[in-house]
Design a protein around this ligand. Structure first.
Ligand code: ADP
Ligand code: MG
Length: 348
């Protein structure tokens, strides 16, 4: 069988884990990243260093590969579109265009008739001052936010008047909901009505960064079923190919809301590496490379702990129990809010 060479844009931990999964399937990988020290280069067959708007470098990368995918959503749309004219980019860049922008993303989810939190588009100071009904809330930049970056708590009307909007940015103001918990659904879509869906994962965030993920989620089964159904609707509507993740909120009255869509493998899905026969990474590679879908089998329940900042030092060289799996992302510098590694504990 023809095995394509896979180009992966982005060289962080998700790129590393994708490259490792590809190796297992005997698929060659080339990583493209704008960071010379990108950790994923230790796992790929080749590495091209270049900025995401350096079209000469991108061309060089494009010649080396047959199919292209990406590990993060904030690659300029023009870059993906340009590459897509030469080699197939999966998932399709049009999807990226919607999801890169929180406003377009939330509008899209509502167009699919699925519930989101209440939100309003903020373009200037005047818009903000007229948004009392969304307070208390979170002001989020429309683009380039992750792990709580670009988010500001607005607790009362005074803060609404005092907050200084950056004129070159657009925002949404999202009403706070009274969270009971958060879950995510990771799925891999291979084409029309062909999806592998992992069981919903329960997530705990601290300071807007994911801290723990766990299966099974301790939530009523009808809500879990609904979350899987909603995630599949979104995947079908996007005509998605590959692994994606839908993050959900559940409020104190057991209402389900779509929070956001990640058009890529996701941190909450790391436990699939050890808990399932096929991980979210292998599934992504299989789908984007046009390989066959394998029936998912869960071997164990599991908990994943993110190692953020100095947490990583506690596990380096530590003797682990046989049900524990430690992953070091091999990042050069420890930073306080940086995801440095993770630990998965199987509930055997
Ligand atoms: P990011 O792109 O940084 O992941 P999110 O919109 O997912 O941004 O927000 C990060 C976390 O902040 C969420 O997982 C949740 O814990 C909290 N959060 C965000 N928006 C709301 C909201 N409207 N109500 C309550 N909590 C929220
Ligand atoms: Mg999020």
């Amino acid at each position: 069988m023809f095995k394509p060479v896979l180009g992966i844009i982005g060289g962080g931990q998700l790129g590393s884990m994708l490259a490792q999964a590809a190796k297992k399937l005997d698929i060659r990988t080339v990583i493209y990243c704008d960071d010379e020290n990108a950790p994923a280069q230790h796992f790929s067959d080749e590495f091209v260093f270049g900025k995401y708007d350096n079209f000469n470098k991108l061309k060089e990368f494009c010649y080396k590969v047959d199919i292209i995918t990406y590990e993060f959503e904030n690659i300029p749309y023009e870059t993906l579109q340009n590459l897509n004219n030469e080699k197939k980019v999966n998932p399709c860049p049009n999807i990226n265009k919607i999801i890169q922008n929180r406003l377009f993303e939330k509008d899209f989810i509502n167009k699919c008739n699925l519930r989101t939190t209440k939100y309003v588009h903020i373009k200037n100071q005047k818009d903000l001052q007229a948004s009392d009904e969304y307070v208390p809330g979170l002001l989020k930049t429309c683009t380039l936010g992750y792990d709580g970056k670009g988010q500001y708590k607005i607790e009362n009307s005074d803060q609404l008047s005092n907050f200084e909007i950056e004129t070159d940015k657009e925002y949404i103001l999202e009403k706070f909901i009274n969270l009971k918990t958060e879950i995510s659904v990771v799925l891999t879509r291979y084409g029309h009505q062909k999806c592998s869906i992992y069981e919903p994962i329960e997530n705990k965030h601290e300071e807007q960064i994911l801290r723990y993920s766990e299966i099974p989620a301790k939530i009523q089964s009808d809500i879990l079923d609904k979350s899987k159904e909603w995630a599949s609707i979104l995947a079908e509507e996007l005509d998605y190919i590959g692994t994606m993740c839908v993050e959900f909120f559940i409020d104190r009255n057991d209402n389900l809301y779509v929070n956001e869509i990640a058009p890529r493998v996701h941190n909450s899905g790391h436990l699939t590496i050890n808990a399932y026969n096929v991980s979210q990474f292998e599934n992504h590679i299989r789908a984007v490379c046009g390989m066959e879908k394998i029936k998912l089998i869960k071997f164990f329940d599991a908990k994943m702990i993110n190692l953020i900042g100095k947490d990583i030092n506690l596990y380096k060289g530590k003797k682990l129990n046989e049900n524990e799996y430690f992953y070091d992302y091999l990042k050069k510098d420890i930073k306080s809010n940086r995801k440095m590694g993770h630990l998965t504990i199987l509930k055997k």
